[in-house]
Design a protein around this ligand. Structure first.
Ligand code: HXC
Length: 261
């Protein structure tokens, strides 16, 4: 897949998507969002990919937000369409059948923090910085920051970030549960993201996918419906070879060889 604003790489069953506009700190303009939407649409249909890493090019930024130069002169109607474009692309990431790991190697601000929030797991380097600085520009978030951030870190902490526009470092992001783990260097971060992606890729892929779906669907339901959905998918996987193999391998004291069937 060839794109102008993103890089795409595949290493076995692991795909890496890199936002590649380092001169603008990987800021998201409409073209970049369209390319993100396209790459994740294609990844959703690619059963050879078991996990995806999303990161930013260069040493300074994951994504420093939506592109302010692009947004500055938009009309109200165009701005709404731009927000919807980003929301649709980020929804593709959140609902991708395979897990997506954000490897946050620098600034994750505004749309960048929203992009990271749409991923399943967030890993960061010590130099990463997070924030929702939209209020400094006289606008609210538009790529679902008002929705995903409170679900991730709780309403009170999210509102503090959203109202003050304050930037927090990786240690604070870890403390409030915005990131799962922090690594000393960018190299260690990328290594850890690959290691985690490979670990996930070694599991039963049907199990991983239905687990992602059960968590995502369940977050939108009351817990009784969420549990009913979980019981349904639990039952369903007993029709797969992976379930037979996984349980047989345990009892035979050997490593399971999953086929994703
Ligand atoms: C466009 C951006 C950008 C952005 C950085 N750049 N962020 N361009 N949109 N969001 C550009 C700068 O203009 C500059 O270009 C180059 O990248 C390097 O940035 P500097 O500011 O020179 O770097 P530094 O001094 O290190 O400061 C880094 C920074 C700062 C703290 C991250 O760039 C910054 O505050 N950026 C804006 C962050 C922000 O407000 N994000 C939220 C956007 S609103 P030149 O050409 O001068 O070299 C948003 C809404 C989402 O995301 C919803 C939309 C619907």
């Amino acid at each position: 897949m060839a794109f102008e604003n993103i890089l795409f790489e595949k290493d076995g069953s692991i795909a890496t998507v890199t936002i590649n506009r380092p001169k603008a700190l990987n800021a998201l303009n409409a073209d970049t969002l369209k390319e993100l939407d396209q790459v994740f649409t294609e990844l959703a249909a690619d059963d050879t990919v078991s996990a995806v890493i999303l990161t930013g090019a260069g040493e300074k930024a994951f994504v420093a937000g939506a592109d302010i130069s692009f947004m500055k002169d938009l009309t109200a109607v165009e701005a709404r369409a731009f927000a919807q474009l980003g929301q649709a692309a980020f929804n593709k990431i959140e609902n991708l059948p395979q897990p997506v790991i954000a490897a946050i190697n620098g600034f994750a601000l505004g749309g960048g923090c929203e992009l990271a929030s749409a991923c399943d797991i967030r890993l960061a380097s010590e130099s990463a910085k997070f924030g929702q600085p939209e209020v400094n520009l006289g606008v609210p978030p538009g790529f679902a920051g008002t929705q995903r951030l409170p679900r991730l870190v709780g309403k009170g902490r999210a509102k503090e970030l959203l109202y003050t526009g304050d930037m927090i470092d990786a240690a604070e992001a870890y403390r409030i549960g915005l990131v799962n783990k922090v690594f000393a260097t960018a190299e260690e971060l990328q290594e850890a993201a690959k290691k985690m992606a490979k670990k996930i890729a070694g599991k039963g892929q049907i199990a991983v996918r239905v687990t992602k779906s059960a968590v995502n669907q369940g977050m939108e339901m009351d817990s009784a419906r969420g549990m009913a959905y979980e019981a349904e998918v639990f039952g369903l996987v007993f029709s797969t070879e992976d379930q037979k193999e996984g349980m047989a391998a345990f009892l035979e004291k050997r490593k399971a060889e999953f086929k994703g069937k």
